[in-house]
Design a protein around this ligand. Structure first.
Ligand SMILES: Cc1cc2nc3c(=O)[nH]c(=O)nc-3n(C[C@H](O)[C@H](O)[C@H](O)COP(=O)(O)OP(=O)(O)OC[C@H]3O[C@@H](n4cnc5c(N)ncnc54)[C@H](O)[C@@H]3O)c2cc1C
Length: 497
């Protein structure tokens, strides 16, 4: 099946990870027409496999990446206001051990980290004494505590796609970009839906935001462009039953100088990661190895009194970082910065490639990308994303929103109300406004997942499969039994027919 009349647009964005979705939202908000195609579900590759931290990256100070750290630290405050539903401040404890970085160096690093960018919502660092009542092994007497932030990375992608769609963009998950031919002032690109239907898109500019696939995509747009190279580095996480009850995270230094995070995760679990392993395979097929599991467990068992084994692991996930290539550099030391390349004069079709980046700096990357593209689109308006909340994010604090909902929806169970506030912010009004009792939420699939929420995700947030719902729109896959998954699967198949 092929549609012959081209669909005309200003921008065709390839890739619905955080960078593609961020650029789509920014560009659509400036008045550009946008088509975004994503071969899988939105955020299904690297952007849902991150450590979920909005952070400056304390360790990048050692690599003297001051500019990167400054930009990232500034974005923490911007994003906390933009997405207060899916983000929260997070305190980190860095246990000190004599054989690792000296205390004076850590204090200096934290002094710089505290002051490099303005901090309104986040508390400063401090030194604390640990005692035997804590979760750490008895030989650890000192910790340093500092602030960063946590985000639901997969939902951040979806919220940007929703923002883009609200501004008129056409968002097409499960649609693969095949190739593009350059005409004079535009591209004729072929995309293909999951059902095999191909369509031609006539676009003034193509944005290649294909993350780990950026080089293969570039090859299908400009085969003769050999000027760029990327380094792919796999990073894996393990999820285990909660190692401690407090709400702070830990940053652990390994003897190889790498750091590993232990982060409170979905109420009952701890998320532990990550690794850095050079990767040459298919980015769509990436899995944790036994060595990575052992590596992560060895550091946790060294620092915590509770000993954890491979049998305790309840879930793992891995992603591939698309990093800018730097010669003679180890995987963990390769820069997490980004580069935007642009080719094509005002008389020619335009191509932008996005290399590298972090979840933390996606908004800034998107703004810079569209600033660069704006010269080809004289009607484009000014940058706008720094102060406008993402969909559902127009409220001051989660506690105030929760109180408001307790008044508006007094029948709603309190824990469920808390979940909706953190997952959707004001977006949950779209499925709560027409509902007046718990029974009216419809079928209960387990663990607080009700039919109205599933319907909303299917109708409004592009969710089609159990994976989309249980692992990206929510993280309920951690709790669902095989039977509950089958039940949900059956319900979704009725929606698809
Ligand atoms: C283990 C790990 C931990 C990390 N932790 C953090 C962290 O804590 N904080 C932070 O700020 N950053 C972190 N990062 C970095 C961050 O996750 C990435 O920089 C970011 O997600 C990259 O986004 P992207 O949009 O470029 O790529 P992706 O999310 O991979 O998106 C690219 C998309 O393009 C699609 N695509 C490819 N080819 C085609 C095609 N032909 N047609 C249609 N679609 C196509 C893919 O399916 C994919 O969804 C981490 C990364 C990893 C791997």
């Amino acid at each position: 099946m092929t549609s012959t009349t081209p669909f005309v647009t200003d921008l065709l964005i390839i890739g619905g990870g955080i960078n593609g979705a961020g650029i789509a939202a920014d560009a659509a908000g400036r008045g550009l027409s946008v088509v975004l195609c994503e071969q899988g579900d939105l955020g299904s590759a690297t952007s849902s496999s991150s450590s979920k931290l909005i952070h400056g990256g304390l360790r990048y100070l050692e690599q003297r990446e001051f500019r990167l750290v400054y930009a990232a630290l500034k974005e923490r405050e911007v994003l906390l206001k933009k997405a207060p539903h899916i983000m929260r401040p997070l305190r980190f404890r860095l246990p000190h051990q004599p054989h690792l970085r000296p205390q004076w160096l850590i204090r200096l690093g934290l002094f710089i980290y505290d002051r490099l960018a303005k901090r309104n919502q986040l508390e400063p660092s401090r030194k604390i004494h640990c005692d035997a009542s804590g979760p750490l092994s008895a030989d650890i007497k000192t910790c340093f505590e500092y602030s960063d932030a946590w985000v639901d990375d997969a939902r951040l992608v979806v919220l940007n796609a929703l923002a883009a769609r609200d501004k008129g963009a056409s968002i097409r998950p499960r649609t693969t970009f095949l190739h593009a031919d350059q005409q004079q002032q535009h591209w004729l690109a072929k995309i293909q839906s999951q059902h095999g239907k191909t369509e031609t898109i006539r676009a003034r500019a193509i944005v290649n935001a294909a993350g780990p696939w950026v080089m293969s995509t570039l090859h299908n747009v400009a085969p003769s462009d050999n000027a760029h190279s990327m380094r792919l580095v796999k990073g894996s996480h393990i999820v285990v039953p909660k190692l401690y009850s407090a709400e702070h995270a830990y940053i652990l230094q390994h003897e190889d100088q790498r750091i590993v995070f232990v982060i409170p995760y979905e109420n009952y679990f701890s998320l532990i990661g990550t690794t850095d392993v050079d990767f040459n395979g298919d980015p769509g097929d990436v899995q944790i190895s036994d060595n990575e599991k052992k590596y992560l467990l060895s550091i946790v068992n060294r620092y915590f009194t509770t000993q954890t084994s491979i049998a305790d692991i309840v879930h793992t996930f891995s992603g591939v970082r698309p990093l800018l290539e730097e010669e003679n550099t180890s995987a963990q030391a390769v820069t997490r910065g980004y580069k935007l390349t642009l080719s094509g004069s005002t008389e020619e079709a335009v191509l932008m490639n996005v290399f590298g980046g972090k979840i933390t700096t996606y908004r800034r990357l998107a703004e810079q990308a569209v600033n660069k593209l704006a010269r080809y689109f004289p009607a484009a308006t000014h940058a706008w994303t720094a102060t406008v909340p993402l969909p559902g994010g127009s409220f001051d604090s989660k506690s105030a929103l929760r109180s408001e909902y307790q008044q508006r929806f007094p029948w709603l169970a309190d824990d469920l109300c808390g979940e909706y506030v953190c997952r959707y912010g004001r977006l949950c009004e779209q499925f709560l406004d027409d509902t007046s009792s718990m029974a009216a939420l419809g079928e209960h699939f387990g663990h607080n997942l009700y039919q109205t929420e599933v319907d909303y995700l299917h109708d409004k947030e592009w969710a089609q499969t159990v994976e989309d719902i249980l692992w990206r729109r929510t993280k309920k896959g951690l709790l669902f039994s095989a039977e509950q998954v089958n039940h949900l699967q059956h319900y979704l198949s009725t929606l698809m027919n």
